[in-house]
Design a protein around this ligand. Structure first.
Ligand SMILES: *[C@@H]1O[C@H](CO)[C@@H](O)[C@H](O)[C@H]1NC(C)=O
Ligand SMILES: *[C@@H]1O[C@H](CO)[C@@H](O)[C@H](O)[C@H]1NC(C)=O
Length: 376
């Protein structure tokens, strides 16, 4: 969730970074050797369009401020935990809309009950795990999203805040928990922003990737897709020239990039902040087309894990156009995930994609009805 306009910070010169030849960043069963040979079945390829589309199921991230200061406003999107019926929402989206992916944001502090570097808190983790299990129960793929803006209580990972080991330790524990669940993706970090040193950030990301791959191997589990976020609120537009060149160098332990997919966001309101109900752009020419070219050049893929707008005519137009573009460029765009359903109040939240239930019938928000459908 974005509440602040993306800011551009000075970054290390991209020119100094060597990019290496990479295989396309999708999981392949053909990959010989190592745990990557044990990948689960890929979902059936859609006839046309991206492989994955769905929405965020927010609530376990409520209170996560953009400086990742500690808060305790978690509002689980689970009836069993006193919140809205996120499980019912996901079942509806799968059954009635053919969605096949959900992103499940959660705060780092919540998972470890404020103990930086500590073990997953059994009570809190168990609550979040109920949402993960509900998601998996629908048959969809589920993204675990640490919604911390590259920070813990205002301090940046590896750059004055948590050490890379503490960040990697969190991911090692999560990977161990879900090692045998094939339909999980690991979203390393929501919207890093104002991160001063992109080289250092790439090292933090690499530490998390290493920890995940090690935990998967130790558990004889599946290799999972890992979503790699850049700086600038993971904005799609600056990625090819700012964070992308450096993050190309993040690799698996065997030096491949199999399963390492870039994570980007884009909002279509006037300042790209995702806070206005009217939209002014599809951001194709300024963001998604240049990024598609860059991804093709580097033989990589990206997924858009946050996009959205108000339930207004302007947003229906611009969002539908943007989604159509992603579907037409499905060789480099793995999917898109709308912001947001889950625990938001559909009556008051500007960017609500929360369906409402009347009797046994679910009704989608206008934007979901208009734009979030299987590519024809
Ligand atoms: C990966 O690349 C590094 C640096 O080039 C090299 O030192 C290492 O041996 C390589 N590892 C494998 C498994 O090929
Ligand atoms: C999104 O598109 C609008 C209109 O084309 C443009 O003004 C804006 O700069 C774009 N945003 C980014 C970050 O590319």
């Amino acid at each position: 969730m974005k509440t602040v306009v993306a800011s551009i910070v000075a970054l290390a010169s991209a020119a100094s970074v060597m990019s290496r030849p990479n295989p396309v960043g999708v999981l392949s069963r053909e990959y010989a050797g190592g745990i990557y040979g044990k990948l689960g079945p890929a979902p059936p390829k859609r006839a046309t369009g991206v492989q994955y589309f769905g929405v965020n199921i927010a609530g376990f991230d409520f209170g996560c401020a953009t400086d990742a200061s500690e808060t305790s406003l978690v509002y689980p999107p689970l009836s069993a935990l006193g919140g809205p019926d996120g499980e019912g929402q996901m079942s509806h989206f799968v059954n009635d809309n053919s969605m096949n992916i959900f992103r499940l944001p959660v705060g780092w502090q919540f998972l470890v009950n404020n103990q930086l570097g500590g073990v997953l808190d059994s009570g809190n983790f168990n609550q979040f795990d109920q949402l993960v299990k509900a998601c998996l129960g629908t048959g969809a793929t589920c993204i675990i999203d640490i919604h911390n803006y590259a920070r813990w209580n205002g301090e940046i990972i590896g750059q004055g805040g948590p050490s890379n080991d503490e960040f990697a330790n969190l991911w090692g524990q999560l990977a161990a928990k879900y090692a045998s669940e094939e339909k999980i993706m690991f979203g390393l970090m929501n919207e890093p922003h104002d991160v001063p040193d992109i080289d250092a950030w790439a090292e933090s990301v690499q530490a998390a990737v290493n920890a995940i791959r090690q935990a998967e191997t130790e558990a004889s589990g599946s290799a999972h897709t890992i979503l790699i976020p850049g700086n600038d609120w993971t904005s799609a537009a600056p990625f090819p020239t700012k964070s992308g060149p450096t993050l190309l160098n993040v690799v698996n332990p065997d030096n491949t990039t199999t399963g390492l997919v870039f994570d980007v966001h884009k909002y279509s309101d006037i300042d790209n902040s995702g806070t206005h109900t009217d939209c002014t752009t599809d951001n194709i020419s300024t963001a998604f087309a240049p990024l598609a070219d860059w991804l093709r050049t580097n033989n990589r893929q990206a997924i858009n894990t946050e996009m959205g707008g108000g339930n207004t005519e302007s947003c229906q137009k611009f969002l539908c156009d943007q989604i159509a573009y992603l579907n037409e460029n499905a060789d480099v765009y793995l999917g898109y995930v709308g912001w947001s359903a889950g625990s938001f109040d559909p009556q008051t939240y500007e960017l609500s994609e929360v369906p409402t239930k009347n009797g046994d019938t679910w009704t989608d928000s206008a934007l979901v009805q208009a734009c979030f459908k299987k590519a024809a």
